[in-house]
Design a protein around this ligand. Structure first.
Ligand code: SF4
Ligand code: SF4
Length: 448
């Protein structure tokens, strides 16, 4: 019953790439872990959910824990989120729910699912593997709010997100899926600077874009935040760098200091990933397009793209993450995957002392000026027009089941995942008339 509700509501993970939640829960697990770390600096969406929807989240967490037959149901959050922890503990006690809270240190990327599994259970997910291989299922706290709503008959139609940075009124927004970023920025009072760039998501793992791209963006099921920021900084340089330029710089400047490896969180939990070796390999490869089955190239496949190596570690301002991304793309084109093996995994003894506080990221990225902004107030908004992408998740795009001219109501099914494919259905987010059906479905609000 619960799995069917999650499927028909079209729920995907709110905290990452949008893995379809029903597919993740079609299993049994020893641990059900809730990611409530919100480890990307500046984002406050999950904070808001914990403070305002603790009862709802605890109800759905307990229900999913039961579905998975989990022996341990654990909310993993940061120890200094005292207000949020109080709200969750109050709800847990009120419902007598079999849920514990695990308090983590304040480091990035505490919310990476493999790091979180290591923190909570002491187990290392096998390289190239997923948490269920060590008995764990992980979901984001905001996903749990969607599940509560699905239990009460509501499909995923709206999204909570943070808008912050160089805006007049940083805030939490609740908007229909498909709302334009332009509308979101207007709701935050507009930008405080003329020339800006933006991040769709958090400063480290979010997708960076230029002001010219901004108006093409819409809120999707995975939009956790929008950060408006000045152009002249480290991230903008990354965006501008061409691949050949990046490779040439790596060839000429990598001093093989190993800092990118030492601070790599996946290396620290014992994975055989050594970004300095990938960088060195690049220096001896004449034609980088010829990346092949070599085991060193394949180490790049273990990179979670957290960005610590380039934003924090590298003293030469090189881009090991971008190099790993490039290598991963070449390997994917050739159909080369990581082969799992039984190699013993030895976590770094230095891990505890090498964790990166989020404030360091803000200093490096020129975002420190926004660190103390209060992002607490919610604004709800019902836009006159939405453009809902058919693909907002990992897997196959949905197939539209409506046509131009159809009248729809918020919550109606408008796109269905292809049969037997991984994916999630999509629903109208406002009442109105369908005016376009392409890679996105456009709906214009009907005046009643
Ligand atoms: S930290 Fe930078 S310079 Fe040092 S090994 Fe890594 S890429 Fe090379
Ligand atoms: S981005 Fe860098 S630090 Fe992060 S997992 Fe990849 S190699 Fe390691």
């Amino acid at each position: 019953m619960l799995l069917e509700q999650i499927t028909s509501a079209g729920i995907v993970g709110c905290g990452g790439a949008g893995f379809p939640t029903a597919a993740k829960y079609n299993t049994k697990a020893e641990y059900f872990i809730i990611n409530a770390a919100e480890c990307e600096p500046l984002l406050k969406t999950d904070h808001y959910v914990m403070n305002h929807y603790a009862d709802e989240c605890i109800q759905s967490i307990a229900a999913v824990g039961k579905l998975l037959e989990a022996e341990h149901i654990v909310i993993a959050t940061k120890g200094h989120y005292t207000k949020e922890i109080n709200a969750l503990e109050t709800a847990i006690h009120a419902q007598n729910a079999p849920i514990s809270i695990f308090k983590m240190n304040n480091f990035y990327p505490a919310g990476d699912e493999q790091i979180m599994v290591f923190e909570v259970t002491g187990r290392t997910v096998p390289p190239g593997g997923i948490p269920i291989e060590v008995g764990c299922v992980i979901s984001n706290i905001s996903t749990m709010l969607n599940i509560y709503q699905a239990q009460h008959g509501k499909n995923v139609t709206h999204k909570l997100l943070t808008i912050t940075g160089a805006v007049k009124e940083p805030k939490i927004l609740e908007v229909p899926i498909g709302t334009s970023f332009d509308d979101c920025l207007a709701l935050a009072g507009g930008a405080t600077i003329d020339d800006f760039m933006f991040i769709n998501g958090g400063p480290m793992m979010g997708k960076t874009g230029t002001q010219e791209d901004f108006s093409q963006q819409v809120v999707t099921k995975t939009t956790s935040g929008i950060i408006i920021m000045e152009k002249r900084d480290f991230i903008y340089e990354l965006l501008e760098k061409e691949i050949p330029q990046m490779i040439n710089k790596a060839r000429s400047s990598c001093i093989q200091c190993r800092l990118c490896t030492e601070l790599c969180p996946r290396y620290q939990i014992g994975h055989p990933i050594h970004p300095h070796r990938v960088m060195r390999h690049l220096t001896i490869t004449e034609v980088p397009e010829d990346i092949d089955d070599d085991p060193i190239w394949k180490e790049a496949l273990l990179c979670c793209e957290c960005g610590i190596c380039e934003a924090i570690a590298c003293p030469m301002n090189l881009l090991p993450r971008q190099v790993n991304k490039y290598v991963k793309q070449r390997l994917a084109e050739k159909g080369i995957r990581y082969q799992k093996n039984d190699q013993p995994l030895t976590p770094s003894l230095m891990r505890e002392y090498q964790q990166v506080p989020p404030v360091k990221i803000l200093l490096k990225d020129g975002l420190k000026q926004y660190a103390d902004l209060k992002v607490e107030n919610l604004q709800k908004y019902e836009t006159p027009r939405v453009s809902i992408p058919l693909k907002m998740h990992i897997g196959a795009p949905c197939e539209p089941i409506i046509q131009i001219g159809d009248q729809v109501k918020a919550g109606d099914l408008i796109g269905r995942k292809p049969e037997k494919a991984l994916g999630a259905d999509i629903h109208a987010s406002i009442d109105g008339t369908v005016t376009a059906v392409a890679a996105s479905i456009t709906i214009e609000r009907r005046d009643n």
